[in-house]
Design a binder for this molecule. Structure first.
Ligand code: F3S
Length: 284
């Protein structure tokens, strides 16, 4: 049986960096309080494992306010300037694992809003990454995610805008919204801040699924990017199966097949991918 694991399966660069940072800090903490501001990734198993190593999750600003000592790791999504200041004011040690690509957006919106541009963020306003970006804008910022919202945006003629995007936003959708705004008589600069990691993972999965007999997509129950990966692979390969761990794998899926492709959603840890790979190789 030929088994091919997609190179882009699982964690992207920014998430891997953040998770590694927390494990590293946990190893050095020596009993001192260690927190992450929000769960480090949407993977219960990883969060539980870190909990066993003494890492606690601060789920809200209120919870953060109760903390008076220790280290707080900022996850890859980043946080607003206000949260950064709060952490500092409370005398906490901060380890910033904000993805550099997100940090770059913070810098763009901070600089451009200081120069007087109104910031428009294309993305999901309730997502922590967007909340963080918004929190680096001086003055008002607007978040839009649909063509209707783009149409509804109204500023005086000649208003100076700076349009950026949430890193995981769909590129085609971003283009549509940007075009709606550019048709109006504003003075706009557009910075495409979409990260290529999601697109690359999807493109590789599509290619792999078109070449093999069975495709396995690994990911969490509630992971929307895993769901998307599954749909993409399913279009290319009828024998595409979605599993959370090796326990979900059914022997009959692989019977009589010669090649298996494996990919995984953005919050799937490497060891889960490796376990599936190993078991497919050994047992089937
Ligand atoms: Fe990941 Fe950073 Fe891109 S967290 S999706 S590499 S913006």
């Amino acid at each position: 049986m030929k088994v091919v694991v997609a190179k882009t399966a699982g964690f992207c660069f920014g998430v891997k960096r953040a998770v590694d940072t927390v494990y590293e800090q946990a190893g050095q903490a020596g009993g001192a309080p260690l927190y992450t501001y929000g769960p480090i990734i949407h993977n219960e198993e990883v969060v539980r494992d870190l909990e066993e190593k003494g890492v606690r999750v601060l789920n809200s600003e209120e919870e953060l306010e109760q903390v008076t000592e220790g280290t707080v790791v900022i996850r890859s999504h980043g946080v607003s300037r206000r949260i950064c200041e709060k952490l500092e004011a409370q005398g906490l040690r901060v380890v910033d694992a904000t993805c550099p690509f997100v940090k770059k957006i913070h810098n763009i919106v901070r600089e451009e809003s200081e120069k007087g541009r109104t910031i428009v963020i294309v993305g999901d306003g309730s997502h922590p990454e967007v909340e963080g970006i918004r929190g680096w804008c001086s003055g008002k910022a607007y978040v839009i995610e649909s063509p209707e919202e783009a149409e509804r945006l109204k500023f005086p003629e000649g208003t100076r805008l700076c349009i950026v995007s949430q890193t995981t936003f769909n590129y085609n959708k971003f283009q549509v919204l940007v075009e709606i705004i550019l048709k109006k008589s504003y003075d706009s600069i557009v910075v495409n801040t979409i990260c290529s990691a999601t697109h690359e993972r999807q493109a590789e999965a599509r290619k792999l699924a078109s070449k093999i007999d069975v495709m396995l997509v690994i990911g969490g129950k509630h992971s929307s990017n895993t769901q998307k990966l599954y749909e993409i692979c399913r279009k290319e390969c009828n024998n595409t199966y979605y599993i959370q761990t090796i326990r979900d794998l059914q022997k009959e899926w692989l019977e009589g097949r010669r090649s298996v492709g494996i990919t995984a959603g953005a919050s799937t840890p490497n060891h889960i991918i490796e376990e599936v790979q190993r078991n497919v190789r050994i047992k089937f």
